[in-house]
Design a protein around this ligand. Structure first.
Ligand SMILES: Nc1ncnc2c1ncn2[C@@H]1O[C@H](COP(=O)(O)OP(=O)(O)O)[C@@H](O)[C@H]1O
Ligand SMILES: [Mg+2]
Length: 250
């Protein structure tokens, strides 16, 4: 589904190279996790995959369903079925959560979404991620707690039905019960849509005990340095990145 080949990317208008010859292949139905020290380029990878305007690809390519998507805009990538659950979701004052979701849904499906049925559908979706339904009528992410922002990202995912999901530190800011609830929602989504692939960026194995990865990668200095299974995540937690050996210099 996704093939990243020798990707180099930097911050736009600056000479800060962040992704350095990064390669990764994710097949349909696979779950991959990426761990790595702070500042190693994990969120940059997530944003570059989504087409964030603040970054520039300087080499390599990103194939999604065999199409090179490097030159596509964010909305075009979203239409192809790529979804980023952001580490720090953006606050958009004056745009209500319901307007935002309904517009996004309409854009992605290409069909007009009926307001009444949408609000009704939302009610049960909001309950399932344990968000109060009045949050639908508040400005997007404004005044939301860290946990509420993350739950709201998972709500978006349930509504937009992507086939490739990037979870950038979904677990940060979520209490233990909330983490379990959002992970249950994602697992239910995978069950209903078994072709879905997921890239989980995390510092902790706990989320990987809920959403079980096929592969765990350690990313250091803009590229993958080591790949294993979930045991690698536990080793990282126990020994740190310095402890896992070859090629890793932090
Ligand atoms: N827009 C930007 N301007 C300047 N530096 C940036 C920008 N985006 C990312 N960086 C730098 O690139 C590095 C990687 O950042 P990031 O991808 O957020 O790391 P991670 O998610 O792995 O913690 C960091 O050193 C960060 O400060
Ligand atoms: Mg990050």
């Amino acid at each position: 589904m996704l093939e990243i080949n020798h990707l180099n990317a930097k911050v736009k208008d600056k000479e800060i190279e962040i992704l350095k010859d990064f390669s990764l292949k994710i097949n349909s139905s696979e779950i991959h996790a990426i761990m790595g020290p702070n500042g190693t380029g994990k969120s940059t990878l997530a944003k570059v995959l989504m087409g964030h305007y603040g970054y520039e690809v300087t080499g390599g390519d990103i194939l999604f369903d065999n199409d090179n998507i490097v030159s596509l805009e964010v909305n075009e990538r979203a239409k192809k079925g790529i979804f980023l659950c952001m580490q720090d979701p953006t606050v958009i004052e004056g745009v209500s959560n319901s307007e935002f979701l309904r517009t996004a849904k309409g854009e992605i499906t290409g069909e007009k979404v009926n307001l009444y049925s949408f609000i009704k559908d939302m009610d049960s979706a909001m309950k399932s991620v344990s968000l109060d339904s009045n949050m639908l009528h508040r400005s997007l992410n404004q005044g939301f707690s860290g946990g509420e922002k993350k739950k709201n990202e998972v709500l978006q995912l349930k509504v937009l039905k992507p086939k490739f999901i990037i979870l950038d530190e979904l677990d940060s800011g979520l209490d233990v019960d909330s983490l379990r609830i959002v992970c249950e929602n994602i697992n239910e989504y995978i069950k209903e849509n078994p072709e879905t692939s997921i890239l989980i960026i995390t510092h902790y194995p706990r989320i990987l005990e809920y959403i079980k990865p096929d592969y765990v990668h350690v990313m250091v200095d803009g590229k993958i340095q080591k790949t294993g299974n979930i045991d690698l995540a536990f080793t990282v937690e126990k020994d740190g990145y310095l402890g896992i050996g070859s090629g890793v210099n932090v």
